[in-house]
Write a protein that binds this ligand. Structure first.
Ligand SMILES: *Cc1c(COP(=O)(O)O)cnc(C)c1O
Length: 400
């Protein structure tokens, strides 16, 4: 480690990177090989790989217990979970969605035959709010798809009231929010149904995997029916089914992730607090902090570049960190409204999503997860401090 004293010490200008080798931190957590091997051995001994084997059945139960929810139904990935949710609720017409999110959240709604209607987000929580959703509701609206972005609960009480009044459903994308809570109730208990991801970039890693949770017994039965294209049991009536079954291998990894979830969460919290303690005073950035009524899982450490406090752009910061071998990502860029097939056909057709547009150009995710040490988080924080203290000089040199 070389700490930066002058701007020529930055790697982008020829200095030594703060770490030797680029760490791809997209894998937030891996269980240890010994435990994994033991569970995989069981799968091979039983010769039972898919179709609701013992590990998937155990996992459905354990997740429901952990989240304090009546039903958890595991599936292949969260994109499928969202599609299963839409069919189990038999949604038609329009669904109100954020554009400041991951593409598959919205794509899953098109695959389900729905028309997504983009809604702007709150500048502080980065989530939809009842106030923003309300003007978009019309006779074609069948549901709202809220995202608990960065683990921030998506205005649960007000959206619940609004949707009840208008008799429309609520699906939550809880990809960022496994283990988070709102007023001491775990995420997983809100809306009609919540969908989680066990992709390796999430708190719990199933090397792909997902889950739906609900407190509605009838809906749970329909979800279980949609999950399985199979026809040999007596099933609830649903409009269309799919193969969404989780494999035993995925379930094994998710079970191990759950066993270690508290340690994993503690580690992420200490990384987050390191960023918080050492970056809070920096003029030009704002670390997105959990709202007070919630507990976060620290799956994300997201920083917003405050453009009227610094000449540095978010993308210049990405280049500076890339040269330092630190993977800092743009989240979410481009916004879903600016990718095919949603991209406006001409500037005059542009969506009116001012907060979303600003966030898409100013948010970046700092490394977090089991591959990041507190020492590295400290180096990253000090580098950020150095960069912002010298931002005018740096911008001048980059632009020359
Ligand atoms: C990761 C993610 C998804 C997709 O989850 P998969 O399991 O990869 O399909 C959906 N929404 C958000 C907000 C995500 O971050």
């Amino acid at each position: 480690m070389t700490s930066k004293r002058q701007i020529s010490d930055l790697s982008i200008f020829g200095g030594t990177p703060i770490i030797n080798k680029q760490v791809h931190y997209g894998q937030l957590y891996f269980p240890n090989w010994h435990d994994t091997q033991k569970l995989f051995q069981g799968i091979f001994e039983r010769r039972y790989f898919a179709n609701h084997g013992p590990l998937v059945r155990e996992l459905d139960k354990i997740i429901a217990e952990y989240l304090g929810v009546r039903h958890a139904v595991c599936v292949t990935n969260e994109t499928i979970a969202l599609m299963v949710a839409a069919k189990a609720l038999d949604l038609r017409g329009e669904i109100i969605v954020p554009a400041f999110t991951y593409p598959s959240t919205v794509q899953a709604m098109n695959w389900s035959g729905l028309v997504p209607i983009f809604c702007d987000v709150d500048p502080y929580t980065h989530t939809l709010t009842a106030e923003l959703i309300s003007p978009l509701i019309n006779e074609k609206t069948s549901a709202v798809l809220g995202v608990h972005t960065w683990g921030n609960p998506c205005d649960p009480e007000n959206i619940q009231k609004l949707c009840q009044t208008n008799k429309i459903a609520i699906i939550y994308d809880a990809s960022d929010a496994f283990g988070c809570n709102y007023k001491n109730i775990k995420i997983g208990n809100f809306g009609n149904v919540e969908c989680f991801s066990f992709h390796s970039s999430k708190l719990i890693n199933g090397i792909e995997g997902g889950c739906l949770t609900t407190n509605d017994d009838e809906l749970a039965a329909r979800i279980r029916t949609v999950r399985n294209f199979h026809v040999s049991e007596s099933f609830s009536k649903v409009p269309l089914r799919i193969n969404g079954k989780m494999s035993e291998a995925q379930a094994a990894l998710v079970l191990l992730g759950l066993k270690n979830v508290e340690n994993n969460l503690d580690h992420n919290r200490s990384i987050f607090e390191t960023y918080q303690n050492h970056c809070e005073h920096i003029q030009g950035i704002k670390l997105i902090k959990p709202i007070v009524e919630s507990a976060n899982n620290y799956q994300n450490a997201v920083v917003e570049v405050v453009h009227d406090q610094t000449p540095l752009s978010r993308d210049q910061l990405l280049s500076i960190f890339e040269a330092e071998h630190v993977e800092v990502k743009r989240y979410f860029f481009p916004g879903v409204h600016n990718i095919v097939p949603y991209k406006p056909i001409s500037p005059s057709h542009a969506y009116k999503l001012p907060v979303t547009d600003n966030l898409c150009n100013s948010c970046m995710q700092l490394p977090i997860g089991s591959q990041i040490s507190i020492e590295l988080a400290l180096k990253i924080s000090k580098t950020l401090d150095f960069i912002f203290k010298n931002s005018h000089k740096i911008v001048k040199k980059i632009e020359n």
